[in-house]
Each structure stands twice: as structure tokens, then as C-alpha cells.
Design a protein around this ligand. Structure first.
Ligand SMILES: Cc1cc2nc3c(=O)[nH]c(=O)nc-3n(C[C@H](O)[C@H](O)[C@H](O)COP(=O)(O)OP(=O)(O)OC[C@H]3O[C@@H](n4cnc5c(N)ncnc54)[C@H](O)[C@@H]3O)c2cc1C
Length: 228
């Protein structure tokens, strides 16, 4: 199936969203991802396809990709994506993913490294649309002092007093101390971790070291990026 580009939006320096309209209705759950193909000439060794989370919530009725562009060295795929104009198309397939919130009564800790914030945007937007006051502590780490979706998250936390958002800008980082500081009771919450692969692995390991059992940790790995 094809998606047609409707609009683009700068989210923060180097981070941009692409809003697409599907040619046929697409049904998905907040937190899922798609496979995308952008054929282009002189394709580098990373190829012409990628996986991206659907950063939009199903209630928004469009598919949004949010991604980071490397200022010095972008893949040919990202260059092609950056050159897309409204009306251009991208091929999608293989909707998948179980990085979902299925029980709104549970307590959650969402941990995002940079662009790993995309599934959390979808989940939080959809929950707000459904009137669910999810109990979430979001720890959102970024290298720079700016973060994508900040205004949208402010609006969401005004509507949901159970949503606590903590921004950690470099040199601050998510470590055992920050987890214990922002999550005083480690016994109950489910921990969802999303971001560059090395960061997600390191935080998963660290959570287990502070006593969180594997069954309370869910991870969403974004390959292709170095650690935040
Ligand atoms: C389930 C899933 C969901 C995902 N969701 C998202 C998402 O929502 N947003 C998102 O941005 N990504 C997401 N990703 C990751 C995405 O698929 C890409 O792997 C990622 O964006 C990196 O893109 P890129 O390979 O085009 O590299 P770039 O972003 O262009 O570059 C990333 C780094 O690799 C270096 N680099 C670039 N080209 C090369 C090359 N040819 N050889 C070696 N190094 C190179 C750059 O210098 C840079 O440091 C997801 C991945 C999965 C599996």
C-alpha cells in the first residue's frame, strides 16, 4: 500500500515529522510500526527500506513518521526522505509491534532516548483521546536542551494529572539514581524503554540490576543510531 505525503513539521533541530495519508484505510494500535520502502538511485549499503514507528495515534487518522537527520552524514534513504514533497508517495507494509499499553489501570514508567519518544507520543495521544488518565512517569533523555513534542506533552500533562514528565538533558542521563529519584516505588510499575539499540540494551540491564524483573520490562529497539 502507498502513503501520500500531506505535510512536514520541524519538531526540534534535526528532527522532523512527515505526515502521510494512506490510500486505503489503515487500522493500527498506538505504539506499532511499519516497514517503508523508498526506492532511490545510488542506494548506500543501508538499503532502500526502513522500519519506523507510527508516531501518530490512530485517532489522528494519518500516519506520521518522526525521525532524526544527521547533519554531517545522512544515509541515502534519509536524503530521499528529506527531499519528499507534498503529493509524493512511500510504500508501506508489515504493520507490527507489541509495544502497546493494553491495561490502563496499571502504572507505567516510560523511558525514551531521543527519537525513541515516537511510540510514547502515539500511546499518550490515543489514551487522551479515549479519556484514559494513564498513570505514567515519562523520563525523556536528550543530548541537546531541546526535545521533540514538548508543547504537545505539556498539553497532555495538563489534561492528565497522572502524567509526570521529566526531561533529562545531557550531561544528565538516565541511570540508577535518576530512576530511584523519579520512581520512588519500584515494585509496581511496568517499565517501557525505547530508543537507540545500545541505550535500550544498557537501560534494560540497569533496570534488572536494581531489581526490576524482566517480565516488567518492555523494550523497543531502534537500530542504526549510536547511543544517545
Ligand atoms: C521497530 C522500529 C521502529 C523504529 N522507529 C523509528 C522512529 O520512529 N524514528 C526513527 O528515526 N527511527 C526509527 N527506527 C530506526 C530506523 O529504522 C533507522 O534505522 C534509523 O532512523 C537510522 O536511519 P539511517 O540508517 O537512515 O541512518 P541516519 O539517520 O542517516 O544516520 C544515523 C547514524 O548512522 C551514520 N550513518 C549514516 N549512513 C551510514 C552508512 N551508510 N554506513 C554507516 N553509518 C552511517 C550517521 O553518521 C549517523 O550517525 C526504528 C527501527 C525499528 C526496528
Amino acid at each position: 500500500m502507498k502513503l501520500k505525503l500531506a505535510a512536514r513539521k520541524a519538531e526540534s533541530p534535526g528532527v522532523e515529522s512527515f505526515i502521510f495519508h494512506p490510500e486505503k484505510p489503515l487500522v493500527w494500535k498506538a505504539g506499532q510500526f511499519l516497514h517503508y520502502v523508498l526506492n532511490h538511485s545510488s542506494t548506500d549499503d543501508r538499503g532502500s527500506d526502513r522500519w519506523f514507528t507510527i508516531a501518530s495515534a490512530p485517532c489522528e487518522n494519518h500516519v506520521m513518521i518522526t525521525t532524526r537527520f544527521d547533519s554531517k552524514r545522512s544515509s541515502t534513504f534519509k536524503k530521499k526522505l528529506k527531499a519528499l514533497k507534498p503529493g509524493d508517495t512511500i510504500e508501506i507494509s508489515d504493520l507490527d509491534g507489541d509495544f502497546l499499553v493494553s491495561d490502563a489501570r496499571k502504572e507505567y514508567v516510560f523511558i525514551a532516548g531521543g527519537i525513541g519518544i515516537t511510540p510514547f507520543r502515539a500511546i499518550l495521544k490515543e489514551a487522551a483521546h479515549e479519556g484514559k488518565l494513564l498513570r505514567v512517569t515519562l523520563l525523556y533523555a536528550n543530548r541537546k536542551s531541546v526535545a521533540a513534542y514538548k508543547k504537545e506533552f505539556e498539553a497532555l500533562s495538563k489534561r492528565n494529572p497522572n502524567l509526570k514528565i521529566h526531561y533529562l538533558f545531557s550531561p544528565q542521563r538516565i541511570d540508577k539514581e535518576t530512576i530511584k529519584e523519579f520512581v520512588p516505588d519500584l515494585k509496581k510499575p511496568l517499565f517501557y524503554v525505547s530508543g537507540p539499540e545500545p541505550m535500550v540494551d544498557a537501560i534494560g540491564k540497569m533496570l534488572q540490576e536494581i531489581g526490576i524483573p524482566k517480565k516488567r520490562i518492555k523494550q523497543d529497539w531502534f537500530p542504526g543510531y549510536p547511543a544517545e
